[in-house]
Design a protein around this ligand. Structure first.
Ligand code: AMP
Ligand code: ZN
Ligand code: FE
Ligand code: FE
Length: 295
């Protein structure tokens, strides 16, 4: 069942294949009426997305971001919604994260060369375009070079967390990311927690992050099955977190990814998020009619 809301989407400004305005138009066409643009460690797509929003008088855009961190043995991604994306200290921090992304991508390219699966930096840059460079761009270069047949295979054989060309990030801790998002008035939501749950560390992480200001957890995500959704929903309830959801659409053609809005996110948690944003005084950072409904 599609949703009228989607709080997790990527554009060409990071590793998605659609521009921010194409993404807004596709989401709108799919019936989405409130969405967040959440590019990786970057907010530069927001002006274009806001501009595109003005073409649809029944559409609300929430400024967002997805920030990545590592914990031993796992990656933790945290979404920030209703962030003050123009804050200068926040943006300075994002510039540092972009630089670390570049260094890390260079190291992964070097590892691929030594694994005899060479890709050139020029092709990685080509796929990244002007946006934040990420592993999907290296994956596309691997596909193009004929070393693998798909982006998924590139992750399974080379770029995934336990694969030989993977390089750890030098990043903030998950608690620091939640604090960073919270410091610009954003509402922080733990993204795609299934693998963290499988690894057994989710309860501990949630109590730590709840103390740091976490307000939500992604529950209605991509290909999560009904039973996974239900057990995550119960966990969100236990920690008093809003059970949010998103497609994490990138347009890369991975079979697990859903189109914008093609997730079973009900409207009740969406209303809770808007209500919380309203109480925190950050609701008007979104643009569109929903922002005025709750006022
Ligand atoms: P990065 O930000 O460079 O660490 O890359 C993270 C991105 O890689 C995620 O947002 C996904 O789009 C993609 N990704 C991560 N794991 C996989 C996987 N196993 N298969 C396909 N794409 C993946
Ligand atoms: Zn991505
Ligand atoms: Fe993610
Ligand atoms: Fe994502």
């Amino acid at each position: 069942m599609p949703s009228q809301a989607d709080f997790h989407l990527h554009s060409t400004i990071s590793d998605g294949r659609l521009t921010p305005s194409q993404l807004v138009d596709l989401a709108h066409r799919n019936g989405v009426r409130i969405m967040a643009l959440t590019d990786h460690d970057i907010v530069d797509g927001l002006p274009e997305a806001f501009e595109a929003t003005s073409r649809h008088d029944d559409f609300t855009l929430v400024p967002g971001i997805e920030m990545s961190t590592d914990v031993p043995g796992n990656e933790v991604h945290i979404l920030g919604h209703f962030i003050d994306w123009q804050d200068s200290a926040f943006r300075a921090r994002l510039v540092i994260l972009q630089e670390s992304r570049l260094g890390r991508a260079h190291k992964m390219v070097e590892k691929l060369v030594s694994l005899n699966k060479p890709v050139t930096w020029e092709r990685v840059e080509h796929f990244a375009g002007e946006g934040a460079v990420g592993r999907p761009h290296i994956a596309l270069a691997l596909v193009e070079a004929g070393h693998v047949s798909s982006v998924n295979e590139a992750f399974n054989l080379y770029l995934g967390r336990t694969a030989p060309a993977y390089v750890d990030r030098e990043r903030l801790t998950p608690g620091e990311v939640v604090a960073t998002i919270t410091s610009v008035g954003g509402l922080a939501t733990l993204a795609h927690p299934r693998e963290l749950k499988a690894a057994g560390g989710l309860d501990g992480l949630l109590s730590e992050l709840k103390a740091a200001g976490l307000t939500g957890m992604e529950v209605y995500y991509q290909d999560y099955h009904a039973d996974e959704i239900e057990s995550l929903r119960v966990l969100a309830l236990k920690f008093d977190l809003i059970p949010l959801g998103g497609s994490d659409y990138h347009g890369l053609g991975n079979p697990q990814q859903r189109e914008p809005g093609k997730i079973p996110l009900p409207m009740a948690p969406v209303e809770r998020l808007l209500d919380l944003a309203n109480r925190r005084g950050v609701l008007d950072r979104a643009r569109g009619p929903l922002a005025s409904i709750v006022r």
